[in-house]
Structures are given as C-alpha cells and as structure tokens.
Design a protein. Structure first.
Length: 233
C-alpha cells in the first residue's frame, strides 16, 4: 500500500467514526424535540421523504408538498450524482454499477430490481447523513428519489416521515414515461421494473408504518399524501 493510499484509508475511517458519532448525537436531539403546531399549517416534523418507483408520479407529489409546506425540495438523484463524481468504481462499485454494466439494462425485470435494492443499500448511509444534517440544523426539507426507502425515516423519532407514492397500472406507467421522454419507444419492460420496485416499497412501508398513497387522481394526490403524513401523529 502506498503512502497516499494509507492516508486515504485513514481519512475514510476517521470520517466513518465521526459520522457515526454525529448521527447518534443528531438522532438523540431529534427524539427529544417537542412537537409544536404551526399556525400556517406547516408540518411539525423536519424531513419529508417521498418514496416511489420511477415513473409513478412521485416528483409531482413531492413538488406540491414542498410548496404546501413552504420548504425546499431536494432530489436524491443529485446526491447520487455528487457521490459518483467523488468516488471511483473500485471505491463504490454498487454506486457506479449501472454505468459500469450497461448490459444490465437488458436483464429480466426481477434481476434489475434485485440490483436496484443493492444500490439502495449502498446509498442509505449517505442519505441518512443528509437527513441527520437537516435535523441537526432544524432545516425543513422534502426529499424525493428512486433510491429512497420508507425505513430511512426510522430511528429519528418524530422528526422524519415517509410516504410511498404508488401507481398500480402498468399501462399508466408506460404512458408516464412516454410523456416524460417522448422520443423514446414504449418502455414496457421499464414499467414492469417499476411495478416490482413499487411492490417492495409497499411491503417495506407496511413494515414500518409508512402510508402508501395512490398517485391518481393527480389533482388530489398532494392533499391525500399530506393527510396520510399528518395522520401518523
């Protein structure tokens, strides 16, 4: 091992120890924070996680929730992009998997979903650090993204809540992809992947008590998601 590699390994280990201490301290603070009713109707919790498979309409709901709550909207994909720029495939193979294995796009949907959740597992510590940071500074935010899972809200007391946005109609998901990417051919296989991811997110949501809200009717989705989140009190 070269001297440079030794410094890098030591630095990563130090960051890991600091991150563990910092996360425990933040969680302790979050669990002792009082719940205060906001006269403007803003939520008492700090971080709202909007989970959902690709193409189901979660971004629409997340944007509307951020407007309703008067908070910034953050996209988990931006965090993934930043982590990808700061690491190499050797350092974070799961994080770079889709770029280093282009053949994976032709895999059966079930195999793609398995790999999707391996990437989720690799990203979760980083996403939890972001949640910790918002709690530490009491900086309210709505976060949405394909790699968010409802159990990410666990362990933070009342400071974090998650909702799963669902679209059970495969034909509608294909249409959603067509509307978003009109130059692409019909994406039935991708829609099938989304349905399988949704089934797993629903299972995980049920396990941790996170509500599952249908994306349609679209004009009432934000109201129904807000009600479901507030009902967790």
């Amino acid at each position: 091992m070269s001297t440079g590699e030794g410094r890098e390994s030591t630095g990563i280990a130090s960051l890991w120890v600091f991150g563990t201490w910092y996360g425990m301290r933040t969680v302790a603070l979050a669990m002792t924070m009082p719940t205060v009713e906001d006269p403007l109707g803003r939520p008492a919790w700090t971080v709202t996680l909007v989970c959902g498979a690709s193409g189901v309409g979660k971004s629409h709901v997340a944007r509307a929730l951020a407007l309703r709550y008067g908070t910034p909207l953050a996209e988990a994909d931006d965090i993934v992009t930043a982590l990808g720029a700061l690491t190499t495939p050797d350092q974070a193979p799961e994080l770079h998997f889709w770029n280093t294995h282009p053949e994976a796009s032709a895999w059966p949907p079930e195999r793609i979903v398995e790999q999707h959740f391996r990437v989720v597992e690799a990203l979760t510590p980083g996403l939890r650090a972001v949640v910790n940071d918002h709690i530490e500074f009491q900086s309210a935010v709505v976060i949405e993204g394909d790699y968010l899972v409802p159990e990410l809200a666990s362990g933070f007391g009342s400071a974090v809540r998650a909702v799963v946005i669902a679209e059970p109609d495969e034909v509608q998901i294909v249409e959603n992809f067509r509307s978003r990417e009109p130059d692409e051919p019909a994406q039935q296989s991708r829609a099938r992947v989304s349905l399988l991811v949704e089934a797993e997110l629903t299972r995980r949501g049920d396990a941790v008590g996170a509500p599952v809200v249908l994306a349609r009717p679209w004009d009432t989705a934000v109201h129904r998601a807000d009600e479901a989140l507030r009902a967790l009190d």
